[in-house]
Ligand binder design. Sequence first.
Ligand SMILES: Nc1ncnc2c1ncn2[C@@H]1O[C@H](COP(=O)(O)OP(=O)(O)OP(=O)(O)O)[C@@H](O)[C@H]1O
Ligand SMILES: [Mg+2]
Length: 259
Amino acid sequence: MEIIAIANQKGGVGKTTTAVNLTASLAAKRKHVLLIDLDPQGNATSGTGVDKNELMLTIADVLLDGVALSEAIVTSPAGFDVIGANRDLAGMDITLMSKTDSHELFKTAMKNLVDAQTSSQQPPYDYVIIDCAPSLNLLTINALVATDSVIIPMQCEYYALEGLADLSQTIERLTELNPKLYIRGVVRTLFDARNTLARDVSAELEAHFGDIMYKTHIPRNIRLAEAPAHGLPVIAYERWSKGARAYQKLAAEVMKQSS
Ligand SMILES: Nc1ncnc2c1ncn2[C@@H]1O[C@H](COP(=O)(O)OP(=O)(O)OP(=O)(O)O)[C@@H](O)[C@H]1O
Ligand SMILES: [Mg+2]
């Protein structure tokens, strides 16, 4: 089982779109995948067609009340497993802080899930994908402490370069809490190849990150923006759209890293 957090403290760069569509594309390649929403906005939850306001149990119950992760799993209409989030998670930072090992709650829950699956001889997940909020709060720290690696979605615009130092520093700092943490890859999102600035920033990212840049560029594609309104990953909404094909290529790259 590989845990991958999708993180970038910058907002609106395509984290959730990547989390949902990478999960769906891995599932389409017959991988057993679990998507976990760690953002109070609950976008990954609703984007997979799960009604975030009707959930019996969310990730908030896991972190606050010690409910087992396995109990909070629901099957999305698209067919893969999801642990949802909603507003119940908002403001939890402060509540969590009062707990001992507040930064390790999610890691412990993940470990318990693996143990439970092993003892009940359930098939383990191949991948667990975590959608993070656009901030470095205690929830994101919990994700980065529990995960094996991070995928960073980046929009190729000037501010992405400004945020680079912050991001690298953050991950560097977190290796103290999670020594195995590494950047699995950086994926260019909302990409428009006709835009000169996008091409320039893309080249700078390549110079900075080198081999860990994914070759797949996710284009700006209207189908990717429309699909969540239908509660579907793009692969189930418009299978042959540019966006769907790009995320399938990205999933193939991610799987190749595992082999
Ligand atoms: N490749 C794309 N083409 C077109 N629209 C996109 C694409 N990627 C994301 N979007 C749209 O851009 C907006 C932001 O994307 P998304 O929610 O995935 O970003 P995010 O990083 O998760 O945001 P937040 O930081 O708020 O969690 C959404 O409306 C989404 O539908
Ligand atoms: Mg998001």
